[in-house]
Design a protein around this ligand. Sequence first.
Ligand code: G1P
Length: 293
Amino acid sequence: MSNKVTTAIFPVAGLGTRFLPATKSVPKEIMTLVDRPLIQYAIDEARAAGITEFIFVTSRGKGALEDYFDLAPNLEEELRMKGKTDMLEVLKQTNMDSGALAYIRQHKALGLGHAVWCARRLIGDQPFAVILPDDVIAADKPCLQQMVEAYEECGGNMVAAMEVPPEKTSSYGVLDISSEEGNLLNVKNMVEKPAAGEAPSNLAVIGRYILAPSVLKNLSSMGKGAGGEIQLTDAIAADLEKGRKVFGYRFEGQRFDCGSKSGFLQATVAFGLARPELQGDLSEYIKSIAPTL
Ligand code: G1P
């Protein structure tokens, strides 16, 4: 097995109930930060990291995601006729090479571990990445690229890690580490959504993973874990028991939890301010309301 990572799994089967009623007819991954859907940010990050094979684990009602990455001949024709070459250029980011994107359905919502396991037949004996599009990370060097570079040196399994306030640890997978060197954390155990007061640390797993195929094998026999769901965290921890290494990677960048309304709004402001064409108006508006907050 080489340490080259070219395939990524995107679990996009979730119902997005926190964003109802919007998500009644719009997949949450199509919700936009400024003018790009969440899934576009995830795909761009994957591409920057060298990913060439994309696997979406979907569910009912996610057709808009498939359409988004398809060609739109009528729209393109109309833009061409109107001479809107800049818009045609913008659309290019949604193009995928034929056969580069595969869709697998997760028929039952049995948890993140189960969603990843659904893609097992498309993964050979190479390591693969998992990207959770809810976790949007603004960084000079995209987070997965940072991880891929570190992974080429160390192998094993790797999860993105970040410190969170101790009262928030019960919302995350949490790492128990034995040592750390630079950005790399040596993980000795990990726990999914520990009860209050039982977290081994405040180092949370963030939705970027580079995993060995052995994790898929572990998932085949994985029972239900936290919340009655099959957990990816448990399957990675099972690799530790088998003597395989797990690293946490403290990435450089700012993570937004776009699975929550507040995180989504914060990301909208941050990504808006990062756009030169919006910066002036938006910062003026924010300054104008700041004194009243
Ligand atoms: C998932 C993982 C969890 C991880 C989190 C990061 O949880 O199960 O280990 O810390 O993503 O966002 P979820 O947010 O889907 O409940």
